[in-house]
Design a protein around this ligand. Structure first.
Ligand SMILES: [Zn+2]
Ligand SMILES: [Zn+2]
Length: 359
């Protein structure tokens, strides 16, 4: 395992920048906000650790990119910024997300509320769910894994037509696997940053996806007819688990981060780190490192403590729902929260720094 330990000065420059106006801007953060962000500069910080590389198949080893510091993000003329008339993130579900319609609605609502806290200041809205047939997309059976896949580009074309006028972006999510073109095996997602849209699949976040017993495999020799979408009726979807929810929240916020113009993080452990495989995405934390946090804060203008409080509140509501049984009086499903426990404690520690407690 290789640890990418950047020198303190390099991280300091990536966070604060050398441009005078940006340094002055940094000084305008409250004392405790600066204390929290500068915490990431210390090599032995208990809050922000260095990136580790575990194999040649990890993202950084296989995709050399120029690291994006705060200054290069801030001065990028091509990145898109929400404006007052276009400040809503729309989420469009495609196909089913669970065995019952109620569960689909509930699951996507959790994701939507999580994004609302993560991107504090923007509005996140759900569009009415659509079935796979509504999108008129092409589909196929993957010849290796024998599961159903839908054409990501066709979904993007569909989303383009659906994008409301006040959208900062529109994001399609599905539990069905995606492929970008016939010669490719699969893709986790595809986006058009200039058009402010993306589509992402959570199918491969199923713990059993790569096992021979995966229930989404179709019988060998099964033939499909393009345009006949009945094969999607009752098609397998991953069980809603705490791990699936955590993975979905991380993917969604990572991908929307790209639409803001935030590139893959190479500074510290961060939800914006690139990922090539499931083990690597599981390794990245759900939160932003201080450098990416400053990028987002500069766009949305939130108080850092308010955003952490909103995320904590989302978690605490989930924990409260766990106290009820699956058929709670409100009719809501229990939100599975176990996988978020480390993150909840992390947010509390960050908040204690922001509230001036000695850390
Ligand atoms: Zn990415
Ligand atoms: Zn980062």
């Amino acid at each position: 395992m290789q640890v990418i330990q950047h020198p303190v000065e390099k991280l300091q420059n990536a966070l604060v920048s050398s441009r005078r106006d940006l340094v002055e801007c940094f000084q305008k953060y409250s004392h405790n906000e600066r204390r929290l962000m500068e915490e990431g500069l210390h090599p032995d910080s208990p809050l922000f650790g260095p990136i580790t590389i575990h194999s040649d198949s990890d993202w950084i080893s296989s995709h050399p990119e120029t690291p994006q510091d705060f200054q290069s993000f801030y001065s990028d003329p091509y990145r898109s910024t929400p404006i007052k008339s276009r400040n809503t993130i729309y989420i469009q579900t495609i196909g089913s997300f669970g065995e019952s319609e109620g569960l689909t609605v509930q699951y996507v609502q959790w994701l939507c509320e999580y994004c609302q806290a993560f991107y504090l200041g923007l509005t996140v809205k759900l569009l009415d769910p659509v079935s796979v047939s509504d999108t008129h997309c092409a589909f196929r059976i993957n010849s290796n894994t024998h599961n159903l896949q839908i054409h990501a580009g066709d979904l993007l074309n569909f989303l383009k037509k659906k994008k409301p006028k006040d959208a900062f972006c529109i994001v399609g999510i599905t539990m069905i696997d995606l492929y970008p073109k016939d010669s490719w095996n699969f893709v986790f997602g595809q986006a058009s940053l200039t058009e402010g849209m993306g589509v992402f699949s959570f199918a491969r976040y199923d713990d059993n996806f790569y096992s021979t017993g995966y229930k989404g495999r179709l019988q060998k020799g099964k033939r499909l007819r393009q345009g006949d979408y009945t094969v999607f009726t009752g098609y397998y979807t991953p069980p809603i688990s705490s791990t699936l929810l955590l993975r979905s929240c991380k993917t969604l916020t990572h991908e929307i981060g790209h639409i803001f113009g935030i590139k893959h993080c190479q500074w510290l452990q961060c939800v914006m780190q690139g990922s090539n495989h499931l083990e690597e995405s599981d390794r990245r934390p759900p939160e932003l490192c201080p450098i990416c946090l400053r990028k987002l804060q500069s766009v949305l203008g939130f108080k850092i403590a308010d955003r952490y409080k909103a995320l904590l509140q989302w978690m605490e509501q989930g924990l409260a729902s766990e106290q009820h049984t699956a058929s709670s009086p409100s009719g809501n499903m229990v939100r599975p929260m176990q996988a978020f426990e480390d993150h909840r404690r992390w947010l509390q520690r960050c908040l204690s720094v922001l509230e001036g407690e000695i850390f």
